[in-house]
Design a protein around this ligand. Sequence first.
Ligand SMILES: [Zn+2]
Length: 388
Amino acid sequence: MKRYIYTFILASLLLPMLAASSSSISVKNLRLWNAPDNTRVVLDLSGRINHRISTFTNPDRIAIDLKNASVKSSSGMPHEIKNNPFIKRFRYGQYSKNVIRIVIDLNKPVRVKSFLLKPNKVYGDRLVIDLFDKYKAVATKPIQSKPKRTGKVTIAIDAGHGGEDFGASGKKKTREKKIVLSIAKELKKLIDKDPIMRSYMTRKSDYYVSLRKRTKLARKANADLFVSIHADAFRRSSARGASVYALSQRGASSETARWLANKENSADLIGGASISDREDDVASVLLDMQMDKTLEFSLSFGSQVLKEMEKIGRLHSKTVQTAGFVVLKSPDIPSVLVETGFISNPYEERKLRSSKYQKQVARAIYNGIKKFLKIEKTAFLSPSSGNR
Ligand SMILES: [Zn+2]
C-alpha cells in the first residue's frame, strides 16, 4: 500500500464564499492512509472542532459537518480519488450559516468511525475518519487453549507505529516507523525461507494499526509467536543499546521500563485509535493460568533473542526486561518486544539507518526464534502440551 498525501490545491470556485471568519477553525490539510481493510481520512485542524457525520445511500456517501469551520485554500483537499476502494471524490461547501459540509462520495457502503486526536510533536488537532467495508466485519477469534498445530510455526512480525504515528525520531529525522518496517521486512524474508516457519505481518506498509488490533490480527493468523520491533528514544542522547521486553505480570519491573511502556502504549493516542478499540479488554484473561505459561515462554523466547542481539552490538540491559506493553498482552501467544537501539543516540541512529544493520537485527531475531524453538521443542511445539 502506498501512503497518499494529496498535495494538489483545490482552486475551487467555492472558496470565496468559504472565507474564514476570525473565530472559525480552519481545515488546513487532508491526508489519506490506506490500510488493507480500511482507509483513514485525517483532517488537520487549527483547533478542536465540533463535528457530525451522517451516512446516505443512493448514491453511497457520507457527510462530515463541521461547525464554525473554514477550509483553507491550501488544504490539499483532493477532488477525484483514484484507486481507493472506498472513496470516489471529495466535495465541500457551506451547508448552513455556521456549518461547512465535506461530502465523501463512496464506491460502496461503509462503516464509519470518527474521533478527534489531540496535538502531538508532529501534528496539531486532527479529526480522524476511518472507513471500513460495511459488510466485512473484522472477525475476532476467541482465545483458544489448544489451537490445532498443523505444519509450520507461524511468527507474527509486528513493526511498531506507522501512519500518523511516527514513533521515535532522531536528529537526522530518522523515523522509527520506517526503520522498524524495513527490519520487519528483512525478518519476513528470513522466516519465509525457513522450511518450518511462516510469517505474518501485522503491518505491511505505512499505516497505523491500533495496539489491540495487532494482537487480534496475530491471533487470527494463528500466530505461535509474536515479535514487536521498535527503536527507542530517550531524553538523554547518551542512552544506547538494544533491549528485549516481555510482558510483566504486575506492571513494570523498573522505572525506565514503566516510562517506556507508557511511551509505546501512547502510540494509540498518536496514531489514532478510538475508544471502542479498547472495549474488548483482555485484562481479565490475564489472570488465567494459561498466561503464566505464556509468560514463561515469552521470557525464554526473549532471552534467546537477547543473546543473539548481544552478538551484533551493545545491549542496553543484559536481561529480558518486563513491562506492561499492551501489544504483548496476548494470553495465548508468547510475545516479545525488541527495542533495536536508540534512535536518539547519533551513533545508533546512523546504524539503524543502514541496511546492513537492519539485516543483522533481522538475522539476530530470526536466530533467536530458531534457538527458542529448539530449546522449547517438546513443551512448546507438542500438540499435547498444556499451552499449545
Ligand atoms: Zn516504538
